[in-house]
Design a protein around this ligand. Structure first.
Ligand code: GLP
Length: 244
């Protein structure tokens, strides 16, 4: 466990480029790496940059093995709010990764059984090489809402009112937000060989500081990532010191 590397970029564009460089260097060393992929707005620029490089032939992510990070509970595949669908649209399809190489979370029937099967797939794959994560305003990673301790496994959770409010950015009014989620547990995230945590904008400044500089605590699940072997925080200036 080493202190996190903190990469502060001028703005969101630079953050997206630096994030793509970071991922590309890992993929160059290990083209079939296992990658846990967050949805949310923050990593979208990074994924778009990787997609451009894939198209230009300067990067090849097609052999990656993708693991879904989180999902809303009870949602159908065709539902536009499906986070599996978002993962396919933003990462898997642009990088031409066959869908058989995606390990997904359960969302409907037998969620406990599906979560246990998911954790077995992570173990069978030899663990996660790279986890690309965002951070919620309450310090959640995936849907590991506070408090989530370091031993939590993949499971169904109740979303906090703060997260439900924050997720209206994606789908419109609160009634459209599903109130339960399924998330990869903290134990898998902390065990990832590399963790890339991305944050952008002033709205994330306070929680980024608490996660990186405050006490390591289940009350701020992102702070537990500091127990991982190799963590990189990639932020723009607004998310680090509130200055453009
Ligand atoms: C959401 C998701 C997370 C995401 C985080 C930050 O609720 N469950 O996986 O990383 O919040 O999202 P954003 O990047 O849109 O701020």
């Amino acid at each position: 466990m080493a202190p996190p590397s903190i990469l502060v970029q001028r703005d969101y564009d630079d953050l997206s480029h630096a994030g793509a460089d970071f991922v590309a260097s890992i993929v160059a060393a290990r083209p079939d790496a296992t990658v846990l992929v967050a949805t949310g707005e923050t990593p979208m620029g990074l994924y778009a940059e990787l997609a451009l490089r894939q198209k230009a032939g300067t990067f090849d992510g097609s052999r990656l093995r993708v693991f879904q990070l989180d999902e809303y509970a009870g949602i159908a595949d065709q539902d536009r709010r499906s986070l599996y669908g978002w993962t396919l649209r933003a990462f898997v399809d642009p990088l031409r990764i066959p869908h058989e190489r995606v390990v997904r979370l359960p969302s409907r029937s037998d969620i406990p059984g599906g979560c246990a099967a998911y954790d077995r797939s992570v173990a069978d794959a030899g663990g996660i090489d790279l986890a690309i994560l965002g951070i919620g305003v309450n310090g959640h990673v995936g849907f590991n809402e506070p408090p989530s301790d370091r031993w939590t496994t993949t499971r169904e959770v109740e979303l906090t009112p703060e997260t439900i409010r924050a997720n209206t950015r994606y789908w419109g009014q609160e009634e459209r937000i599903v109130r339960r989620g399924v998330t990869v547990g903290m134990t898998t995230l902390i065990s990832a060989r590399r963790v890339l945590l991305v944050a952008s904008g002033t709205g994330k400044r306070d929680i980024v500081r608490r996660a990186m500089l405050g006490p390591v605590s289940a009350e701020v699940p992102a702070s537990l990532l500091r127990e991982a072997d190799d963590v990189t925080l990639l932020v723009d200036r607004l998310a680090w010191n509130g200055m453009a």
